[in-house]
Write a protein that binds this ligand. Structure first.
Ligand code: SF4
Length: 360
């Protein structure tokens, strides 16, 4: 079944490290954007597909008022057949209000992903974030009180002023909150961001921080993907579609879709998108499809299905062009074959790039 992604490209202020497609929010731009978004969604979903996940990301979707959220979400709800859907919305702590969360819940949103990044107000300020730890705690209360128990938080590693002890105490505190899912990303400073040239994270320290997170989360929050940890049953169903190359429709500026081995990319520019410039259509060559299936699937702790590889590509994984690398790493122990599943061993996640280079 397909997933639906909606991009809301507005933020109060650009964070120092941000390279996402987003701009400073204004009521006028939001209104214009939501009008174009609704048009795109209605025409893109005219075949009324079956869907089981919807993800509203950004940007800062929690900047939308209840009416604006309705304008973004209702065109989807009216034009797909939803089956037991997971409907996620990203939210930044400072813009969460009880009214907005209650409205989101009444529209069917049942998962909130909070952009926390750090529990330290000093680290947050140095990173150009505008929320505080208290904003985050207030947001958790609002979401939980609204009856949405599937709550995720994003944490970033390697931010200015962050150290191992800080990360360790963040995790201890997060585990004591009603959070079901954690996404943990290493900061990467992209060109063109305000942080570029002013700060560079220490890769060794980031690796140590990741190890600290992994150990501290332990069996309570098993890692189900390189950067994602969840209590049992709370893995993000929408994001798993990306790693499994399942189909999805993306709407909004810079949104991508994947359908029948063709990737479609909306214009990156918000103005170009609002002018209605067409999406690029990028057929994925067969060799690349196989590589992506392996490369993305091995990010998952569950790994890839050998029988699914055959069903998708009409060849056996162990007689494919990737067989030599797979065989090499089955011998080193970096790869494990368990029934139908080929997966990385827990230790091999640290050398994932080396293993993938050998396989691909
Ligand atoms: S809130 Fe997120 S999308 Fe917005 S500027 Fe900050 S990092 Fe970028």
């Amino acid at each position: 079944m397909t997933g639906i992604y909606i991009h809301i490209p507005f933020c109060v202020k650009k964070c120092a490290y941000c390279s996402f497609v987003s701009e400073r929010v204004s009521d006028e731009r939001k209104a214009q954007y939501l009008k174009r978004l609704a048009e795109e969604i209605r025409s893109g979903l005219s075949a009324r597909p079956d869907a089981d996940t919807v993800y509203i990301g950004g940007g800062t979707p929690s900047l939308l008022s209840p009416k604006e959220l309705e304008a973004a979400l209702v065109p989807v709800i009216e034009n797909v057949n939803l089956f037991n859907p997971e409907i996620s919305m990203e939210a930044n702590p400072e813009s969460v209000t009880r009214d907005k969360i209650n409205a989101a819940k009444s529209l069917g949103v049942n998962r909130i992903s909070l952009g926390l990044q750090s529990m330290s107000d000093i680290v947050l300020r140095k990173s150009g974030r505008i929320h505080t730890k208290n904003d985050f705690l207030r947001a958790i209360d609002a979401v939980y009180d609204a009856g949405i128990e599937n709550i995720s938080a994003d944490l970033m590693l390697g931010l200015p002023g962050q150290d191992i002890d800080g990360v360790s105490s963040d995790i201890a505190e997060l585990k004591s909150l009603p959070i079901k899912h954690l996404s943990v990303y290493a900061l990467k400073v992209e060109e063109g961001t305000p942080m570029c040239g002013n700060y560079e994270p220490d890769a060794d320290l980031q690796a140590d921080m990741y190890e600290t997170v992994l150990t501290a989360l332990g069996d309570e929050f098993p890692r189900y993907e390189v950067s994602n940890f969840a209590r049992a049953g709370y893995e993000c169903r929408h994001n798993i579609k990306y790693w499994r190359l399942d189909p999805y429709f993306g709407f909004g500026a810079a949104a991508h879709s994947l359908c029948d081995n063709v990737r479609y990319a909306n214009p990156d520019g918000i103005d170009a998108y609002m002018r209605g410039e067409p999406k690029a259509s990028l057929p994925i060559p067969s060799g690349e499809q196989k590589q992506e299936f392996i490369m993305l699937g091995l990010r998952l702790a569950a790994g890839i299905s050998v029988s699914e590889y055959r069903a998708r590509y009409g060849e056996g994984l162990f007689s494919s062009a990737h067989a030599a690398g797979i065989s090499k790493h089955l011998k080193t122990g970096a790869l494990l074959l368990e029934g139908d599943a080929l997966r990385l061993s827990s230790d091999a996640f640290y050398i994932m790039n080396t293993v993938l280079t050998d396989i691909l």
